[in-house]
Ligand binder design. Structure first.
Ligand code: FAD
Length: 286
């Protein structure tokens, strides 16, 4: 099923994101996680593509096709273009097609100094237009409630976001944020700019202090004082920090669902326990 068909039914779509195991980890770990996530019945599960193409073989495709074929759920495969040539992308798209992948989150990817850009595609909009030409896939794009780090300002960023819709993106998923007011303000600007496709809000529960700090420094999300107080109080108590992180994410989701957002995209961090707790608390609200 194409992801945009999930929207417009008077419900808030609730979807998950997982990432492939690191190269030195057994492949089974992700399949065990997916077994637990299946019972939570997400609208779809998206699978990330190794940053800079580091695990850019077919593992993303294999996991996305497992979600569809073995679990009976809708999946989306992420795909970045910065380190790929057109020939690389053609081969990946052929693989996606052969394995029945319908939904792609088309991204530029972060510029990795160890893997110089290939320049066949400068921006995600170039990749979106290229995929669209083939006509085989439903395309999603990424958006940034607090502005993408490379962008001079949010208005310029939203102008480029609109180019992704114009190139063929039919759905958007947002970068994580910890203050819903940023998302609401972004949404208002995006709608004024003529972005009409469904936009899901990206929510990442805090599960441990180090991973959140790394993530935040990479994506530039701001930390409200309510959030930093939690990190400061529970930083030496992993269980309490995890529970407070779950409660914080639930609080964000309740507010977003009550405000009528199109959907919530939960960055599960492959942590089925956290996804279960959050789903149990919010599934009746969607
Ligand atoms: P783009 O849309 O190309 O934007 C990148 C920058 O270029 C922005 O600042 C934009 O304003 C600017 N820009 C766009 N078009 C133009 C133009 N014509 N002229 C000038 N400037 C322009 N990374 C991974 O490696 N793997 C993943 O699986 C992955 N999944 C993600 C999932 C989500 C939901 C999100 C939000 C991000 C994800 N990322 C992933 C990170 C993403 O690759 C980075 O944020 C990357 O830096 C930007 O990708 P993009 O597709 O948004 O790029």
């Amino acid at each position: 099923m194409r992801i945009s068909q999930l929207f417009g039914k008077g419900k808030c779509v609730f979807s998950f994101e997982v990432f492939p195991p690191k190269k030195n980890m057994p492949a089974d770990t992700i399949y065990n996680t997916l077994d637990s996530l299946k019972d939570l019945n997400p609208a779809f599960i998206s699978v990330t593509y190794g940053a800079g193409g580091t695990n850019g073989d077919n593992i993303t495709c294999d996991i996305a096709s497992h979600i569809q074929d073995k679990m009976g759920l809708v999946s989306a495969a992420h795909l970045t273009c910065v380190s790929n040539t057109k020939a690389d992308i053609d081969a990946i798209l052929d693989d996606f097609k052969a394995k029945g992948i319908e939904n792609i989150l088309a991204l530029r990817g972060d510029i990795n100094p160890e893997r110089p850009p290939k320049h066949d595609f400068e921006y995600a909009s170039d990749l979106i237009a290229y995929i669209k030409e083939r006509g085989d896939f439903h395309i999603s794009a990424a958006c940034y409630p607090e502005c993408h780090l490379d962008s001079p300002d949010i208005i310029t960023d939203i102008k480029h976001l609109k180019e992704k819709q114009d190139a063929g993106a039919e759905h958007m998923m947002s970068q994580l944020f910890f203050d819903n007011s940023h998302f609401y303000s972004f949404l208002e600007k995006a709608r004024i700019a003529g972005i009409t496709v469904p936009i899901e809000a990206g929510i990442m529960p805090v599960t441990n202090k180090r991973s959140i700090e790394r993530m935040v420094s990479m994506c530039g999300a701001s930390l409200p004082s309510k959030f930093t107080r939690i990190m400061a109080k529970y930083e030496n108590n992993p269980e309490a920090l995890r529970d407070a992180g779950i409660a914080y994410a639930i609080d964000q989701i309740v507010d977003l669902a009550a405000s009528g957002v199109d959907g919530i995209h939960l960055y599960t961090m492959n942590n089925a326990y956290v996804a279960e707790k959050i789903s149990a608390a919010v599934s009746g609200l969607m």
